[in-house]
Design a protein around this ligand. Sequence first.
Ligand code: UDP
Length: 252
Amino acid sequence: MARRKKIYEGKAKILYEGPEPGTVVQYFKDDATAFNAQKRDVIEGKGVLNNRLSEFFMTGLNQIGVPTHFIRRLNMREQLVRACEIIPLEIIVRNYAAGSLATRLGLEEGMQLPRPIVEYCYKDDKLGDPLVSEEHIAAFGWASQQDMDDIVSLALRVNDFLSGVMLAVGIRLVDFKIEVGRVYDGDFMRLIVADEISPDSCRLWDIESGQKLDKDVFRRDLGSLTDAYSEVARRLGVLPNAAPVAKPRLIN
Ligand code: UDP
C-alpha cells in the first residue's frame, strides 16, 4: 500500500496529503489531552465518535451556508477536507460562564452571560494558548480587521446553529472553540470554519440534570468519556445504530 505523506500530527488528529490538490485527509486519533497536554490518555473509540460528530456539525453548517473545510467522510476515522491556511487563533464563543472565563472573572459556573462573548487565544502550545485581544491580533498581523469582522460573524452563526441543534436534543451549548482557515479561489480569499467541532471542543450540559457531556468528563475525571460522547451522538441520531432522536422540546 502506498504510504501517504503526513503533513502534521497534533494532539488529537493527524493530517495527511489528500488525493487531489487542495485536499487533506483528517484522521481522528483516540488520544485525549487536557491542561496543555499535562494530562493524557488513550480513550478507545473517541476518534470514531468525533469523526462522526464533526461530520454532522460541519455538514449542517455547509447546508445553511456557513462555509467549512468539510468535503466528505472517508471511513470510521477519516474525513476529506479542504486544505486551508489556519489562522493561528482559537476562537471561543461563550453563552454561559465556565472554565477559564469563570476562573478569570470569578463568575459562578453556569451563569448565563448577558450575550454571547467571543474571545481569542493565540495558538501556541509552548505558551499555553494565551488569551489575546483584537489589538494583539492586528498589531502582530495574525488577521486583518476585515478578517476579524468575518471571523466574528462566522463564530456567531456557528453559535446560533449549534445552540439550536443541541437545544433540540436537550443539551445546553455552554461554550465552544472553532478554528478558521483561509482558502483562495484565484485572487479571492475567503475564510472557512476548519479543524473540528466535537465534544472535545465544546462544553455540553444536559439541560435537565446538568450532566457534562464533553471533554470536562476527562479533564475532571467524571466517568466514561466515550459514554458521554456516545450519548451526544445518540441524541443527534448520528451513530449508525442510534436510538431515535430525542423529541425536540422548548424551554421556557
Ligand atoms: N477549548 C478547546 N481547545 C483549547 C482550549 C479550549 O477546544 O485548547 C474549548 C473548551 O473545550 C471549551 C471552550 O473552548 O469548550 C472554552 O475553554 P476555556 O477557555 O474555558 O478553557 P479550559 O477551561 O478548557 O482550559
